[in-house]
Design a protein around this ligand. Structure first.
Ligand code: 5GP
Ligand code: ZN
Length: 115
């Protein structure tokens, strides 16, 4: 996907602060953090959103969730707790159309899920 900013981040064409990486997954600091820990975890192939997960790309998705736990350990929030969010589509507030999971923590995030 030529004009996808997250594909460009994976290729190193747009700089990012790497938190974690493996064969399937890249994770980096969100440019506008909303919590003391705010990491974005993305697959290394272009999957537009949750709606596009299928049998062929499910390995990337399972690797994302394993990576999330590793990232919470690296960020020292594994035991204190955290929240994982993936916005999908217009009502979901998705801005970047490359599947991504927000990992949020480092403070009490409260109970609020919607505005
Ligand atoms: P969405 O609203 O699509 O779920 O989240 C997109 C996220 O990507 C936002 O939290 C936004 O701050 C982050 N973001 C957008 N562009 C960039 C960028 O160029 N670099 C980084 N590190 N984060 C970005
Ligand atoms: Zn992409």
């Amino acid at each position: 996907m030529e004009d996808c900013i997250f594909c460009k981040i994976i290729k190193g064409e747009i700089p990012s602060k790497k938190v974690y990486e493996n064969e399937y997954v890249y994770a980096f600091e969100d440019i506008h953090p909303v919590a003391p820990v705010h990491v974005l975890v993305i697959p290394k192939i272009h999957i537009p959103s949750l709606n596009d997960i299928n049998e062929d790309n499910s390995k990337y998705v399972s690797e994302i969730f394993k990576s999330i736990v590793e990232i919470t350990k690296l960020k020292n929030i594994c035991n204190s707790g955290y929240r994982v969010i993936s916005n999908c589509g217009e009502d979901g507030g998705q801005v970047v159309n490359h599947l991504h999971f927000h990992v949020l923590g480092g403070k009490d995030l409260g109970p609020k899920l919607v505005k």
